[in-house]
Design a protein around this ligand. Structure first.
Ligand code: HEC
Length: 105
């Protein structure tokens, strides 16, 4: 019995460690369905958000450019696959989303 309890604690500890390492999509990204095409650290339909952060690091005005791009959609930066427009994302959500993306390392 004691060993079962111990192994359960170990398993729970491993699970917590795993989720602390992988950066999950924030709630605002799930709400706006960005997660259907993007992941934080892996290319899906669109580029990994980590790669986006690296590409625009230190670029003046990147937040404004990216906010407009996400809203209007577009292609050609990461490949031929276009991102469709996301006109329903509120300004507040957009600020949070782009802030999250640009905050990744
Ligand atoms: C249907 C798939 C799809 C959805 C949904 C989607 N994206 Fe994209 N996204 C893409 C693709 C494809 C690209 C690459 C476009 C390119 O190469 O110019 C991209 C590119 C981007 C970029 C980089 C733009 C650039 O010019 O470098 C950002 C930032 C981004 N997406 C954020 C978002 C956010 C935030 C949302 C949710 C509101 C979202 N995406 C929803 C497919 C998607």
């Amino acid at each position: 019995m004691k060993s079962i309890v111990v192994s359960m604690i170990v398993a729970a500890g491993l699970m917590t460690a795993g989720s602390a390492m992988a950066v999950d999509m924030p709630a605002v990204a799930l709400k706006n369905k960005c997660n259907t095409c993007h992941k934080v650290d892996m290319k899906l339909v669109g580029p990994a958000w980590k790669d986006v952060a690296a590409k625009y690091k230190g670029v003046a005005g990147a937040e404004a450019t990216l906010s407009a791009k996400v809203k209007k959609g577009g292609a050609g930066v990461w490949g031929t696959m276009p991102m469709p427009p996301n006109p329903t994302v509120s300004d507040a959500d957009m600020k949070e989303l782009i802030g999250f993306v640009m905050g990744l390392k």
